[in-house]
Write a protein that binds this ligand. Structure first.
Ligand SMILES: Cc1cc2nc3c(=O)[nH]c(=O)nc-3n(C[C@H](O)[C@H](O)[C@H](O)COP(=O)(O)OP(=O)(O)OC[C@H]3O[C@@H](n4cnc5c(N)ncnc54)[C@H](O)[C@@H]3O)c2cc1C
Length: 382
């Protein structure tokens, strides 16, 4: 259980009711949705009606005006309920905050209440086939034509991309200006010239509708610009910190879950006349896993506390995203190993966790890019 903050009675009530919601409305359907590579919109609408989407948004937009700690609770409880791939955190805590911070009042009034109710699902389109880590190299172009932008280009690997209603899209408005030529535009997915490509076939994270997006002379009103032209890179650098924190939470909770599964199994599975956990090799292995997970929890909780306190977390969240992203992969590997052949079978939860966690050291900035940021913070010039 997170101790990011002394949980108040309100936090406990929220956590308890959301846990029951997940157990009732999500966990029993995970296998079916993994198969379909889709989470039904009806679940988003139910979550919206019970106040679990964007709970931080002010009441004027239909939100509950709650703190980020409620988003942490939603993220944690989804993962504990085996729901990695129901990308509410990406919607609530990564994409929607761009609309809240940078959209015009008219756009906010139009979309934010729908983000809360689940009528609108959001996504964020940064990555392109030829530009992922190096965002300054994106080529999707927006050119002003009267009171519209005309957008041409392509995005890939976009979480929530197949079913999203609005896209926070990174474009070049000035291709000669490097990262200073990047702007963010809100694209409504019924805009002329927008279409979706494939729902991508991934190693894991199967419930997720990760997709390709295409823009061919896609016309969007100039009023859909988020903030100012040329400031997109700066906005992304600000908002990526909360995204990396959100992913760090995923890493740690999935490591806790993998450890829990491995420990329970090691106590009941017998070989050579005793539980496999009682062989010193395995007991020490589990001791090492538990130590890594606990160290990770302490670091993560201090990161959450810093974020809640409004402190600058660039260096620390980069360390967290890097270390926790690698750590959860080590833990998942060992958890499968301790399950022997059963760990390779879909009936066992560690099998899904092992597949799912591989992306955690890749998206929202790879481990290598995190090390680049950390080393720059140390005054180095890699
Ligand atoms: C499941 C999934 C969901 C995703 N969701 C989204 C989303 O919602 N929106 C979105 O915009 N993107 C999304 N992405 C894209 C993701 O953010 C990128 O895949 C990631 O940033 C890496 O970019 P790339 O794939 O182009 O790899 P590349 O940038 O080509 O990197 C390839 C390898 O080179 C390394 N590398 C690159 N530069 C350096 C360097 N300077 N020093 C050392 N090593 C380096 C990388 O670390 C990596 O190991 C998602 C990806 C996945 C897999």
């Amino acid at each position: 259980m997170s101790d990011f903050i002394e949980e108040t009675l309100e936090h406990k009530i929220f956590r308890d009711s959301f846990r029951k919601f997940v157990a009732r409305e999500i966990t029993p359907f995970v296998a079916e949705w993994e198969e379909k590579r889709a989470v039904p919109r009806s679940v988003w609408l139910k979550m919206g009606s019970e106040g679990y989407l964007c709970p931080w948004l002010p009441e004027e937009y239909g939100g509950l005006g709650l703190g980020f700690e409620y988003s942490v609770i939603v993220n944690e409880e989804l993962l504990r309920g085996n729901a990695f791939g129901v990308e509410v955190p990406l919607h609530s805590d990564v994409a929607t905050p761009y609309i809240f911070s940078y959209a015009s009042p008219a756009i906010k009034s139009k979309w934010l209440p729908k983000c809360v109710s689940g009528e609108a699902v959001t996504c964020i389109g940064l990555t392109e086939p030829d530009a992922g880590s190096d965002l300054s190299a994106i080529r999707t172009r927006a050119v002003k034509d009267g009171d519209h932008y005309v957008i041409n280009g392509q995005k890939t690997f976009i979480t929530n991309g197949y079913f999203a209603d609005v896209i926070v899209l990174a474009v070049k408005t000035d291709p000669t200006a490097g990262h200073r030529g990047i702007s963010l535009i809100l694209v409504e997915t019924d805009s002329p010239g927008f279409h979706r490509g494939r729902k991508l076939n991934k190693m894991g994270y199967h419930m997720q509708d990760t997709a390709e997006l295409f823009f061919e002379d896609c016309r969007v009103p100039v009023g859909n610009l988020l903030g100012e032209e040329g400031q997109g890179f700066k906005y992304m650098m600000q908002k990526l910190q909360q995204e990396r924190l959100e992913v760090s939470i995923k890493c740690l909770v999935l490591a806790e879950e993998a450890l829990k599964e491995a420990l329970a199994y090691a106590k009941v599975r017998e070989a050579f006349g005793k539980p496999i956990g009682n062989f010193q090799y395995n007991a020490f292995r589990l001791a090492e896993m538990a130590t890594e997970v606990q160290m990770g929890r302490v670091f993560l909780d201090s990161l959450i506390r810093d974020h809640l306190a409004g402190k600058e977390i660039v260096q620390k969240v980069s360390m967290g995203k890097f270390w926790l992203g690698e750590m959860v992969n080590r833990i998942a590997y060992q958890a499968v190993q301790l399950h022997g052949g059963y760990g390779y079978m879909e009936e066992y939860r560690v099998c899904k966790i092992y597949r799912d966690v591989r992306c955690l050291s890749i998206f929202a900035g790879t481990s290598e890019i995190m090390k680049l940021i950390i080393s720059r913070g140390l005054g180095l010039k890699p």
